[in-house]
Design a binder for this molecule. Sequence first.
Ligand code: GDP
Ligand code: IMO
Ligand code: MG
Length: 427
Amino acid sequence: MPALVLLGAQWGDEGKGKATDLLGGSVDYVVRYQGGNNAGHTVVVGDQKYALHLLPSGILSPGCTPVIGNGVVVDPSVLLSELSGLNERGVDTSKLLLSGNAHIITPYNVTVDKVTERFLGKRKIGTTGRGIGPTYADKINRVGIRVQDLYDESILTQKVEAALDAKNQILTKLYNRRAIAVDQVVEELLGYADKLAPYVADTVLVLNEALEQDKVVLFEGGQGTLLDIDHGTYPFVTSSNPTAGGACTGTGVGPTKISRVIGILKAYTTRVGSGPFPTELFDEDGEALRRIGGERGVTTGRDRRCGWFDAVIARYATRVNGLTDFFLTKLDVLTGWEQIPVCVAYEIDGRRVEELPYSQTDFHHAKPVYEMLPGWSEDISKAKSFSDLPKNAQGYVKALEEMSGAPISAIGVGPGRDETIEINSFL
Ligand code: GDP
Ligand code: IMO
Ligand code: MG
């Protein structure tokens, strides 16, 4: 059994943590391939709730090796505190592997993220303020700091100097901030070296050897398809590739090894931060989705913007990721609505448009065209099989499947591991 990718099909927070954890018990490796601690993945095991930001959700499955791939950006202080937080709760984290090629989020990257957002004013992206964008910018500009640099003080110092040369000019002259001292940054980063050393590995080699030995590798995406730097609602996106191709570049595993690409799809839509969102609700339905769905950010505590399901986006996610399956989450949240609107197309300047427009201007003008589906009132949280669902809930799932272009192979009816209806096995 080769590799599987599990990723967000919308704007993030679809329930990737829960889905990954569910599969974690049956796979050998769970690998994060992009993003950083902008992610907030919630896993509920029995009466225990975990919020993971940087660590792959497989860390909670004892047989599974968690891996942070080269495509991830790593804030060492966040990683270490996440590890110690789990250790305090009795979770063994000793198997973690961290790519020596992963880039480090430095303190100045966090500063630049916050200062830039403030400077943008009402045009801000609404980032998580974790330094994600500036760290990827340094990587692309070839002035980034990698995990392996922590083990060569001279190289580290030269690289921090190179990065701060230009940044200090910008911070002091443009943003009116104090310059950041090279030696302070170097000292802080060197302080992480010994603590991280036990985890640092050639993860490309490890993963490819594992696949040669028929081990099962699961790639866990952060964020979601519409937040992808290339395929998302640019510029209101994150700075990495959560889409399926990112799993290859972010881990060094070739596309021929990937057999399944699972899109995690919420039964309605949410978004955090700025940017267009055609089905967003500003009425009591939106408020109800937020309240019933507990739609508050795991990372920043911001209220999530809520709206109805958007099939145009789901179809787009199927296409750009080559999805083989969907995992539909939070169906239980929709219980109690007499009728549920589902966006089947957009109206853009008087035209009906079936597919996501490539033009940013058109997308900003997109108005949802809704179809009404009959709702249900029965509690579905105990449903174990598709046939346990009320007829109208079955109809809702079937309608979404037909509109979205890939089979729905699992359905979430609650946050817990066992609150899942499995239709087709993923493994
Ligand atoms: P992620 O970032 O994609 O991992 O998602 P988040 O953890 O940020 O947000 C998803 C939220 O929905 C979490 O609080 C989960 O515990 C919860 N959740 C996941 N699946 C389900 C489900 O099927 N039903 C309900 N009610 N909650 C779910
Ligand atoms: P998970 O993995 C939802 C959003 C931010 C902002 C934009 C850019 O939990 O689904 P960044 O800090 O990445 O530069 O911010 O992306 N964003 C997320 N929204 N879920 C996430 O992660 C997100 N990670 C980033 O709100 O709009
Ligand atoms: Mg999240």
